[in-house]
Design a protein around this ligand. Sequence first.
Ligand SMILES: [Zn+2]
Length: 120
Amino acid sequence: MFILKGIEQLEKAIAKAKKVRPRVEFDRFGRYRVSGSKGYYTVICRKSDNGYKTVDCTCKGAEKGLVCYHAAAALSLHVALARRERAASVEVSADEMNNAPYLKPTIERPVERVGGMRIN
Ligand SMILES: [Zn+2]
């Protein structure tokens, strides 16, 4: 497991991932399966309670705290997904609501007359 602090940290692993081109399979958000020399490894990307982004991989290198190319490959997918998720969950702010053009009711019904009778 390692803590992700910046992209510089991943440079070597990204370079290797580009060369090796592992298969990255989406399991669920934050959990990916990446092909390696000995089958598939599971990579888990998450944010810890204290705000650190941690990446876990089941390979030997990651066990020693190394940034492996599996993690780099999974992270590129994770970051893209996270970005899309953020974009989708953008809520309309109260300000935008206030500035929305006032919509007039479009259905107008003429007042119905009931014959010519007046009811007293
Ligand atoms: Zn790994």
